[in-house]
Design a protein around this ligand. Structure first.
Ligand code: COI
Length: 332
């Protein structure tokens, strides 16, 4: 068996090399993304592994089919950039890594929130200028707040544990209820209800598709004054311009955005000393009440190792048995 792994970063390499040695399976490691130009490099391999934020072009899958490759294993969880119809047309199965570390994302949600509640962004900037004044950066305490968890999959559940550990009151919403949480009476009946009752909304939902935002001017108007939005899920869950206006107007206290609807091509790139064309992003970066980070909630050693190895294990299962536990049902 010969595998090819696209879009590999330096920090992933060692885990792939170790896996290759331990399993005695050849893996060609490429830093190039999987594109119509690079797919040719997969000729002669049995399976393609990849991760990228850039959309996968449908023509890639015609080529994979031509080369007799019928499995694509992603090193990440989100499949929103994969053209499912093109996979189906070419009889290509898809696997992802659904649970590389729910705790990594959940811990980051709390990290960002705590930083915002204690005004760390502004305080650190002040200290950098030798301004050691306390005021006006008085903090708020998490144990006094109601945290609304939108989405109670693995990440949402991990977030609930941590938020409850801090003494916050936690409420939740999900279309599909978790039995344990339901028994504990954590659920409210609708997303609207969650937004209305929460001091903090933390988003742990997948993308809802183009134009389907959870946070926008209409829903913000129903939220509590001084509420906070934390998004470590998907950028397109939030109408960012509406959110920014609500923070500037004082309706919302602030936001933590680890994902951003226009992040592709910006996040995980070093643009030091370059002007940003995206003026909204520029304004948010300047705001003391909006913490912007470049999609790093997942970025821990544990998660990166799991992404590298689980994707390869899934590929081996697919090639040996025609299925794996992380195969995505393309007909859903
Ligand atoms: C995903 O796994 O889909 C993520 O959002 C994390 C990614 C940046 C590797």
């Amino acid at each position: 068996m010969k595998l090819i792994d696209y879009g590999v970063r330096e920090d992933e390499k060692q885990y792939i090399e170790e896996w290759s040695e331990d399993n005695n399976i050849e893996v060609k490691i490429l830093s190039e993304l999987l594109t119509p130009e690079t797919v040719e490099l997969a000729k002669g391999f049995d399976g393609v592994v990849a991760y990228q934020q850039l959309p996968y072009d449908p023509s890639i899958f015609d080529k994979m089919n031509e080369y007799g490759i019928h499995v694509l294993s992603l090193r990440n969880v989100g499949v929103d950039n994969v053209p499912i119809d093109a996979l189906k047309k070419n009889d290509i199965r898809l696997t992802n890594v659904p649970s590389y570390s729910p705790e990594a994302i959940a811990e980051y949600s709390v990290t960002g929130l705590m930083a915002l509640l204690r005004n760390l962004k502004h305080m650190i900037r002040k200290v950098d200028q030798h301004d050691f004044d306390w005021a006006p950066d008085i903090g708020r305490e998490l144990n006094q707040l109601t945290v609304g968890v939108a989405g109670t999959g693995r990440i949402g559940q991990a977030a609930i544990k941590i938020y409850e550990g801090f003494g916050a009151k936690v409420i939740a919403f999900d279309k599909y209820r978790n039995e344990e949480l339901d028994k504990r009476g954590l659920y409210v009946n609708s997303l609207d209800e969650l937004l209305k009752q929460s001091d903090v909304i933390t988003l742990h939902l997948p993308s809802l598709g183009i134009g389907n935002t959870v946070i926008n001017s209409k829903t913000i108007s129903e939220m509590k004054d001084n509420a906070i939005v934390v998004n470590t899920g998907r950028g397109d869950l939030v109408n960012t311009a509406d959110l920014y206006e609500a923070v500037v107007s004082g309706k919302l206290y602030g936001a933590v955005l680890d994902v951003y609807e226009n992040e592709v091509g910006i996040f995980n790139n070093d643009l030091t000393d370059q002007d940003l064309e995206d003026k909204l992003l520029e304004k948010m970066i300047k705001s003391p009440r909006i913490i912007v980070t470049p999609h790093i909630a997942f970025y821990t050693t544990k998660a990166v190792k799991n992404m590298a190895t689980v994707s390869l294990n899934s590929m081996v299962d697919e090639l040996n048995t025609g299925k794996s536990t992380t195969e995505i049902n393309l007909n859903k």
